[in-house]
Structure formats: C-alpha cells, structure tokens
Design a protein around this ligand. Structure first.
Ligand code: ADP
Length: 301
C-alpha cells in the first residue's frame, strides 16, 4: 500500500512515534498537530488498495433527513482486515451495511455512490441481493444462531444456495466450516443439539461457521465481540487472524485495542465522514489528523 499518496496533506513536524500503540496524550509531542486545520470531508491517507475486493466511491447514506455517511471513498483489500473505528454514531455500522446492501432493509434509508465488489456494481438492478449477501457474509454484534440444531445452523446456507449435491458433501462442509471457526472439537458430539444452547462465544463462532459455509469473498463484522467476555473475545480475535488468509474482513469495533490487534488497515470515521485511513500501525503511532489523534488518545469517544 502506498502511504505517501499525493492525496495526503502536506507533511510537517511528526508527532512522537512510539513502538506499538500510544494511547497517552502525555506521551506525544507537545503542540498542535500539523494537520489540525484539515477540513472534515477530505480523507487523509490512501483510500485505495492494490488488490481491492470492494471499491467504494463517494458513498452517501441518508436516513430521511439525516445525512449519516458523507462522500466516503474506501477500498477493502483482499486477505486483510480493515478496522473501522470512531465515536458512537459516526456511521461505522451504516457504512458496513452498505457493503451487503443491508441498508436496503431499513425504511427511509437511501444509499448513493458507487460500490464495486470484484469490479461489479452491487447496485446493478440485475444483481441478486441474496447471492450478494452470500458472497458478503455478516456477523453481528449479538450472536444470532437460528433456533435449530448446530448442524442445521451451518447447513442452512449451503442448502439454500444449492452448494452441495449429497448428504456426505453437506456433512463435510458442515465439519470443515466448524473446524475453520474453531468450534468442531467442542460440538462434534452434539451436532443435533440446539445452537442456542451454546455459550455466547461458541454461538458467535457458530455464526462465523454459518457465514463461512456459503464460501463468501468477504466477511463483515459489526462489533462481533461486544457481547463476549475477554476469553471468548481472544478466541474470536485469533480466528479473525486465521480467516484473513482466506477472506477479506471488514470489522467495526469500538475497541481501539482490538483494532490494533486484529487489523492491518484502519479507517477513522467522524460524524459520517472518513477522516483518515492507513496502515494500522501508522494510524495508532502517528495519526495525521487531529481528530484521529484525539480519538485514539482518549480525548473523546
Ligand atoms: P456507529 O456505528 O458509528 O455507531 P451508525 O452507523 O449506527 O453509527 O449511525 C450513524 C448515524 O445514523 C447516527 O446518527 C444514527 O443515529 C443514525 N442512524 C443509524 N441507523 C439509523 C436508522 N435505522 N434510522 C435513522 N437513523 C439511523
């Protein structure tokens, strides 16, 4: 990724760069950030990637009169995790929902701009939205297994999309999906029991297995660990790290530590605008916009 794009505003005295995350304002160089005056609405950093799964350009979302996403352009890259961070209400989830047209299901929501998935416009009238949502899977904040058996939770998508021809193929797909989600050993002897009887962390991994089973290109995650304890969170984070070898992942998180741990690229949103995007290490050690710096140092949010 080219971090020195001409779209990046002029350089100046850099804030203190400290190895790893630097969340303490006191540890930073004193004085105003060199980009303090950069207006909101002009993204700092390189919004494109060399190998995009998604290319989003000038995306706007309105909920009635509320302008929730303002001219956001951003790529999602293959085999990497993009973290979306920012204060509550800044539009992270709204932007995520644009990527599999989940905003279509919200009355009064209006999405404009161009969103290409593997070069194809997701708003093309010919586009089958059910197929789109299979290619762009989603994992929600609260685990939401179907009130069905563990097996049927995972088998549901492949059956719906006709991905397997025989029962043995389906068995294998259920098994490999549960293995990839790190759940197989815990559930292999109780596949007929209800998915809703699992612990919260197991339910979330079941939802990830269900998503993987339909062979998506991209997995969207909307605060997938916010209902989980630290141990279950760590398991999901390890899983995200493994899954990125096979899938593009875009994750909304309110935890900067989580963004720093799991992502390679971070996008900082503020009041519906994409303020800054860049390699995660750089965003957390050397943010270029004052708003990004204020957020990651805990001045607001
Ligand atoms: P975040 O994920 O960053 O917390 P959201 O995307 O949920 O932010 O919300 C962005 C803005 O859009 C907020 O002002 C929120 O109140 C508004 N919003 C979100 N969902 C809806 C909705 N279904 N109807 C109306 N306004 C909404």
């Amino acid at each position: 990724m080219n971090e020195s794009s001409p779209s990046i505003a002029p350089t100046g005295p850099a804030p203190a760069v400290v190895a790893g995350m630097n969340l303490r304002p006191a540890a930073r160089a004193a004085g105003p950030s060199h980009l303090e005056g950069t207006p909101i609405g002009q993204t700092i950093g390189t919004v494109t990637v060399v190998d995009p799964v998604f290319s989003c350009r000038d995306v706007n979302v309105h909920y009635g009169a509320k302008h929730a996403i303002k001219n956001v352009s951003l790529d999602v890259g293959k085999r990497q995790v993009l973290a979306m961070i920012g204060p509550s209400g800044c539009g992270k989830s709204t932007f995520l929902r644009c990527l599999n047209r989940m905003n279509d299901t919200i009355a009064g929501a209006r999405v404009t701009g161009q969103i290409l998935l593997d070069g194809q416009d997701i708003h093309d009238p010919q586009r089958d939205v059910v197929q789109l949502r299979a290619r762009v899977g989603m994992v929600f904040q609260k685990p939401n297994p179907f009130p069905k058996s563990i097996y049927d939770n995972v088998a549901f998508g492949p059956r719906l999309h006709g991905l397997v021809r025989s029962r043995s193929d389906l068995d294998e797909l259920v098994c490999t999906s549960l293995q990839r989600a790190g759940l197989w050993d815990e559930v292999k002897d109780r596949l007929t029991q209800s998915g809703t009887g699992l612990s919260g962390g197991q339910q979330q991994r079941l939802c990830i297995a269900r998503t993987i089973a339909v062979k998506p290109h991209v997995i969207l995650m909307d605060e997938p660990c916010s209902a989980l304890d630290p141990i279950a969170t760590a398991r999901i984070e390890d899983l995200i790290d493994e899954l990125k070898e096979s899938f593009a992942i875009a994750i909304v998180t309110h935890s900067m530590q989580q963004a720093a741990r799991v992502s390679q690229r971070t996008a900082y949103f503020h009041m519906g605008s994409l303020v800054e995007v860049g390699e995660t290490d750089r965003i957390f050690t050397n943010p270029r916009h004052r708003l990004t710096e204020d957020y990651i140092t805990g001045r607001f949010g």
